[in-house]
Each structure stands twice: as C-alpha cells, then as structure tokens.
Design a protein around this ligand. Structure first.
Ligand SMILES: C[S@@+](CC[C@H](N)C(=O)[O-])C[C@H]1O[C@@H](n2cnc3c(N)ncnc32)[C@H](O)[C@@H]1O
Length: 238
C-alpha cells in the first residue's frame, strides 16, 4: 500500500466509535499476518475451486479465521442474510465444518443463483437455501423459535434495511453467539441512506452492555454476552 493510502487508512480510524477503535487499529496492524496464516490452511484451494465474479467476503476471511480458528467445530447453526454467488456460504462451510449453513437471499439473478448452487454443492447436505426477503424470513424464524450461533448480515445495504435485519436477527442469536456485518465502511457517494455504518453504529450504541467487540474494519463482529432485558417501558405504566 502506498504511503498516502496508509495515511488515509490511519485517518479513517477516527471515524470508528471508541468501542471499535482498538479492534480496528489492531486488525489493521495484524491483518497481513492473519492473511498469511490463512493462506496456509487450504482455504485458498476451496476458494479457487469456486466460480465467483468478484472478491467479496473473501477479502475479510482472515478476520474470520483469526477470530474463530480455535472454535471451528463449535459453530453449529450459521445464518447468512445475503448470499449472491455463495462466497460467504463457502467460507462458512469451510471454516465451520460441523455447522448447518442457512443462506437467505432473493436468489433473483439466475446466473448468480446457478453459481451459488455449483459453489456450495460440496456441502449441500448441510445447506439450507431459503429464497425470500430477509425481513420476512427472520420474522418466520422468530415464530418458529429458531436460533443461531452465528449470523452474517450482508443483504439490504440501506440504513433502514441494515437496521431492520439487525433488530430482527438479534433475538435469534444465542447468548455467546456472533453477529457480523459486512460493508461497515461502504457508503454510496450520492445517497446518504445507502450506508450500513450509520445503522450499525446506532444499534451498537443501544446494545453496548450486551456485546463484546470481536473485530472491526470493513466488517464488524460482536459477540452477544447478554440477552435483552425483558422489561419494557410498559413496566412504568403499570
Ligand atoms: C452483497 S451481496 C451478498 C454477498 C455474499 N454475502 C458474498 O459473500 O458473496 C447481497 C445479496 O443480498 C441480496 N439481497 C439484498 N437485499 C435483500 C433482501 N432484503 N432480502 C433478500 N435478499 C436481499 C442481493 O440480491 C444479493 O444477492
């Protein structure tokens, strides 16, 4: 990376809220080491055997590796919102060999859908592919009492969409489980509400006592350390 690139990356740290800043700084320093370590694990062979039109979750796989390498078999129920060609499903399928992978997406693009099917064929026996709108599916899961120990949010990138997906995912996440958002730092140059960061920051501030930050960078990961209190404001009205 050029010197000016490094400077702008370091300056970018100032945009992180204080509880993410330390993780973001340490990730920036250690990322190359994590990436080198991951490259020795066979992940690249798995990735290269697939058919992807762009590098997406691949770019952040080293954060997942570093954070979860010592508990790979503990993740049993993985949910992702937004699958496209299956890059994150393939990462999760490889990283969490005992997990059931639940992938929710519109799967509206026929070519991407075909690539998803081909890319995930090697673990189709533990893959649940669900076609639909994330909010509908999350509400259905809530009604069915389904819970997960890992949820990856990477579907609707609008402020409202990220917030809704997060709000509806949180009760489905088991205590001790992990929530990851993609594209924390992505924003549309001209459309202010196309910006996950604002939604994630607002939500994180509301739950600061219920989470531990696991990593932060272009993606953010938190661990759920406490369930929500069941007390609502109605308690004050009785
Ligand atoms: C950025 S891509 C996901 C990339 C994927 N996680 C990966 O690593 O390759 C976003 C996907 O979410 C889908 N999507 C966006 N909003 C959605 C929604 N509200 N419900 C279901 N799918 C949605 C898009 O069609 C697209 O396939």
């Amino acid at each position: 990376m050029s010197v000016s690139g490094k400077i702008s990356q370091i300056a970018g740290l100032a945009t992180f809220p204080p509880n993410l800043m330390w993780s973001a700084a340490s990730g920036m320093v250690a990322r190359k080491f994590w990436r080198d370590e991951l490259s020795k694990q066979g992940w690249l062979n798995t990735y290269r055997a697939c058919e992807f039109t762009s590098e997406l979750t691949y770019n952040h796989a080293c954060y997942w590796w570093h954070s979860f390498k010592n508990m790979r078999e503990d993740v049993r129920d993985y949910l992702e919102l937004g699958s496209w060609e299956g890059q994150s499903s393939v990462l999760a399928g490889w990283l969490f060999p005992k997990a059931r992978i639940t992938a929710v997406d519109w799967f509206a693009n026929p070519q991407a859908n075909d690539r998803f099917d081909r890319n995930t064929a090697s673990f189709s026996n533990r893959l649940e592919k669900i076609e639909g709108t994330t909010v509908d599916i999350l509400m259905r899961f809530a009604g069915e009492g389904r819970t997960f120990d890992f949820i990856y949010v990477d579907a609707d990138h609008r402020f409202d969409g990220v917030l809704l997906d997060t709000i509806l995912s949180w009760p489905l996440l088991r205590k001790g489980g992990y929530l990851v958002w993609d594209d924390y730092l992505w924003m549309h140059p001209a459309i202010p509400h196309l910006n996950p960061k604002r939604a994630i920051d607002a939500w994180l501030a509301s739950r600061r006592d219920s989470i531990d930050v696991v990593f932060a960078g272009h993606q953010v990961c938190v661990q759920k350390i406490a369930d929500d209190t069941q007390i609502t404001d109605m308690a004050y009205w009785n």
